[in-house]
Design a protein around this ligand. Structure first.
Ligand SMILES: Nc1ncnc2c1ncn2[C@@H]1O[C@H](COP(=O)(O)OP(=O)(O)OP(=O)(O)O)[C@@H](O)[C@H]1O
Length: 617
């Protein structure tokens, strides 16, 4: 599906107030990245570019000699052979030029490809080592997204622009040396004439960039609005409520705002651009008049004059390229800082610590507290409880009470900010998170729907057993996901609608597969976070029955808003504002008449109300 072309978002570059050494270090770092990506293509690209940069001066010089010889030939004394040999050199230069540029662009393309691959690889390596915490931090996530988006252009941009700068210096020095022979004022005047245009274009380049930056927030909102209109998952709701015109109007309002700013910028840029070209023309006119005076005095040849005329365009183009290259490198380095910031984020070594072996028989929370990074509020505090093998513990509480957070701590995705968690009486922090996680299996509230085969959807819980067909089948049976057999390719059927040939499943079917994934891993701790939210009544009943059987030789943790599910647990913990306010069995908590009883009563009354016969009209 194609949506409206998204407005280019200027990615947020790192602050340009970084210490002066940072840019140099980033430049070197970028060049190292480029070099490592492909030394062979880096060298080829640099060499062909530099050699090619000396060609304009060589061409100018041969052209001058040829013209002078032609002029002399008019007076006789020059052989046809001499003219032909100069022509031969000129043709050879043209052939060399096109050979160099062919090799240059081929090596640039291959270097770009290697670079994109190697930097993407580094980003993905980094992303796989980051903690879950890092992903929940909006700024880090932004950096990751941006690094990934920019990976194809920025590092190569820095390298090619840097080589371009060196090439421009070579061109300028060689062409400049030729022109300087025509009079000491020629080169300064021509250089001066190049400046106004470059200054204006740079100044408005920066303004344009700032404008885009100012618009970043609004552009994101506009893109979001466009995304709502083109989203396959939201189309049902958008159509039914019919708010397309509202979305379109808001989308257009943003566009009109951007358009106004763009028009103002274009007007000013055109005015200044025109003024700059006038100044430039005056200076070139002055230089030409001076050259012509020397020509009138017979002090320069027709070849010299051609060096002057053709040299002007060459110098102006090179100066513009040089200054634009400097600002281009600077801008690209700002983006590279984002990439480096991301690559420099601390990893969370999931294998650090002692290795945990064997089943977990008890989990004990001792005064556990937790605060999300960059927030100023504890979402859990003083949480203490113990759960033993064979027990099913349910967590209840209203939205935002801290249930999922508690599970994240239990599963070592996050570490407590206070208190400790003991496993079989030993501090969990001593053990490597990964080795502990191997003993745990989970179905999250927002479980994954992997656009892969049904088998992979189950076996991802333990990829080393990806080919364990009986194991997968067993998990599928336990999860009541028998529908898999009715799929055209059985367990091998690709799922989801993202790729061709994929079968889309219903929400409940996806959830059953996620349950199968949980069962597939041989774990001593099972965590069910709203495991039945998308299930029908029968499936919920079956799941709960299976869960009760599973629970006998394991620790089971259950989060649910459905009391029909919760009441099956041996013990229930009631969380409120991150604190345990009650705990006990279903019967005990009802008898106590506290928070649990109130919540239970509310839900029970909801059912009862639905069962009341309709009042006669
Ligand atoms: N990544 C995060 N960064 C900052 N705060 C968070 C983050 N995730 C959750 N919170 C906050 O932590 C509190 C507890 O959230 P949690 O998801 O644990 O609640 P819950 O009891 O599972 O809620 P629900 O029943 O809605 O699933 C909430 O106030 C929430 O706003």
């Amino acid at each position: 599906m194609t949506g409206p072309a998204p407005r280019p978002l200027p990615p947020r570059p790192a602050s340009d107030t970084a210490p002066p050494g940072t840019r140099t270090a980033d430049l070197l770092h970028t060049l190292r990245l480029v070099w490592r990506a492909s030394p062979r293509h880096s060298v080829t690209y640099a060499l062909t570019s530099l050699l090619g940069s000396a060609l304009p001066a060589a061409n100018l010089y041969i052209g001058k000699l040829l013209l002078d010889e032609v002029a002399r030939a008019a007076q006789g004394g020059v052989t046809y052979g001499a003219l032909l040999s100069l022509l031969g050199v000129q043709v050879a230069l043209v052939v060399l030029g096109s050979l160099l540029s062919t090799v240059q662009s081929a090596s640039q393309q291959l270097l770009g490809d290697s670079l994109q691959h190697s930097v993407s690889r580094r980003i993905l390596d980094k992303a796989s080592g980051l903690s879950v915490e890092a992903f929940e931090n909006a700024e880090t996530y932004d950096k990751l997204q941006q690094a990934y988006r920019e990976v194809g252009s920025r590092p190569l941009g820095v390298a090619t622009q840097l080589v371009g700068l060196a090439g421009a210096a070579v061109t300028l020095a060689s062409v400049g040396a030729l022109m300087a022979r025509l009079g000491f004022w020629v080169l300064p005047l021509v250089l001066l004439a190049s400046l106004p245009g470059v200054i204006v274009s740079n100044r408005f380049g920066v303004e344009g960039y700032r404008m885009l930056r100012r618009q970043t927030h609004d552009a994101r909102v506009q893109n979001y609005l466009g995304g709502l209109l083109t989203s396959d998952t939201l189309v049902k709701e958008v159509r039914l409520f019919g708010f397309e015109p509202y979305l379109l109007r808001r989308w257009r309002d943003y566009y009109l705002g951007f358009r106004q700013q763009l028009e103002a910028l274009v007007r000013r840029r055109s005015g200044w651009g025109f003024a700059a070209s006038l100044v430039s023309a005056l200076l070139i006119g002055l230089a030409s008049a001076l050259i012509l005076r020397r020509a009138a005095a017979g002090q320069i040849t027709v070849g010299d004059f051609s060096v002057f005329v053709l040299g002007i365009t060459q110098v102006q183009g090179t100066v513009a390229g040089l200054l634009n290259g400097v600002s281009g490198i600077y801008q690209n380095l700002l983006y590279m800082r984002n990439l480096f910031d991301f690559l420099e984020l601390p990893d969370r070594d999931l294998d650090a610590g002692e290795t945990w072996y064997g089943p977990i028989d008890t989990i004990e929370f001792q005064g556990v507290g937790f605060r999300y990074p960059l927030t100023d509020r504890d979402v859990l505090s003083g949480v203490s409880f113990t759960v033993r093998r064979g027990e099913a513990l349910a967590l209840v509480g209203e939205n935002g009470a801290g249930k999922t957070t508690l599970v994240k701590l239990l599963t070592r995705l996050f570490e407590p900010t206070s208190g400790r968690i003991l496993l079989n009486g030993q501090d969990a922090a001593r053990f490597s998170p990964r080795s502990v996680q191997k003993e745990m299996s989970i179905i999250f509230q927002d479980f994954g729907q992997y656009q892969m085969s049904a088998r992979e959807n189950v076996a991802l819980a333990e990829v080393s057993r990806l080919d364990d067909a009986p194991g997968v089948q067993g998990a599928v049976d336990r999860a009541g996901a028998a529908f898999v057999e009715t799929l055209p390719g059985g367990l091998e059927t690709p799922l989801g609608r993202l790729f061709q040939g994929g079968r889309q499943l219903s929400g409940g079917q996806w959830q059953r597969l996620a349950l199968a994934r949980l069962y597939f891993r041989a774990a001593s701790v099972l965590v069910f976070d709203e495991p039945t939210a998308a299930l029908d009544a029968r499936a919920e009943f079956e799941t709960m029955e299976a869960l009760r059987t599973q629970a006998r030789d394991r620790i089971t943790l259950l989060i649910s808003h459905r009391f029909s599910t919760v009441r099956l647990a041996d013990r229930i913990i009631v969380l409120e504002g991150g604190v345990i306010v009650e705990s006990g069995s279903h019967q005990e908590l009802l008898a106590r008449g506290g928070k649990y009883a109130v919540l239970y009563d509310l839900q029970a009354r909801g059912y009862a109300a639905n069962e009341e016969p309709a009042a006669p009209a």
